[in-house]
Design a binder for this molecule. Sequence first.
Ligand code: ADP
Ligand code: MG
Length: 380
Amino acid sequence: MLAGFARHFGGAPTSLWSAPGRVNLIGEHTDYNDGFVLPFAIDRHTVMAARLRDDRLLRVSSAFTEELIEISLDELSPESISGWSAYPLGAIWAAGAFGADLERVTGIELYLVSDIPVGAGLSSSAALESVVALAVNELWELGFDRQTLAKIGQRSENVVVGAPTGIMDQSAVLLGKSDSVVLLDCRSLESSVIPLGLHDEELTIVVTDTRVEHEHATGGYAARRASCEAGAAALGVTSLRDLGVDDLARAEALLDDETFRRVRHVITENERVLETVAILRERGAGAIGTLLDASHVSMRDDFEISVPELDLAVEVARRHGAVGARMTGGGFGGSAIALIRSSQVGSLREAHLAAFAAAGYREPVVFEVTPSQGATRHPL
Ligand code: ADP
Ligand code: MG
């Protein structure tokens, strides 16, 4: 980290920051429908060393490519940044879009190192946007709260990167707490932290990264979003959040089959999130398995965002003792999660490797995640 910073910029950084990746426990494609999500921050991070300059240059490099990107604050615009640097530099541009006076600040040097697998559905992108937003907020004394920093990251991803993603990822990354999930109402942006108690129940969450890479900006994500908007418009509501299971019969009568199934996923998924929260509070994480399983079936059959590798990961997890399992993230690849007794993690990993080999799929990466604290500054 420090060596990488010195290689690119010379000398030492003056501050150190980190932002975690995230896993969504349940509530998929509900965020941009003004609904509910229940993600947690994980124990994998993007770490960033930073140092202010005394001119107007922004210089950013990442161990991901070791390429050094440089641009003046005076030239920063969504059109002037591209590639991976759209994430960190886009967050700075978006801070300006939210009212930060970027005319009065000086440049900065940023060096990034990450152990969040990229494109695996664990939101390496939000970690990157959030770590930059958090750091410049403090170093430039911009005065934004964490909710606004999440919106800044989202704006960057939407406008600069061009991926029409919701507010979930940045919220989990910025608001996460250890051994807890974040319930986020994506309409009001109200959030609450709900204890998971995994440790006490001797439960573990295992991520299986299928290494099938998704591509949000060009993939089916935008098409799903468009279907949801079309469904809401046809049903006369601002967003699908305004509908409940009582509206399903009317939706089925009005909509074509595909749009109806997209709408049904969102309506039932919102219900599952709220039910998960209720069960977590009353009975604990060991009792949420059937909701995780039902969420996967809904994404596979109604929303059609799963892929065979994700279905296999979920099926194998269920066969090998998981309390519940589902694909997580935007879909079309990425990762699945399984909630399982801690003592069964080793045998689940073996089973995943064997099943993927037998199916002729790429070897998956199977690892445990611990729900963790959100983005933070570290002492140097
Ligand atoms: P996910 O968020 O699921 O990991 P995305 O496609 O949304 O996948 O974001 C991945 C992109 O984010 C990468 O292709 C790269 O451009 C950028 N990125 C993520 N982490 C880093 C990093 N540490 N350094 C440079 N770029 C990164
Ligand atoms: Mg992402």
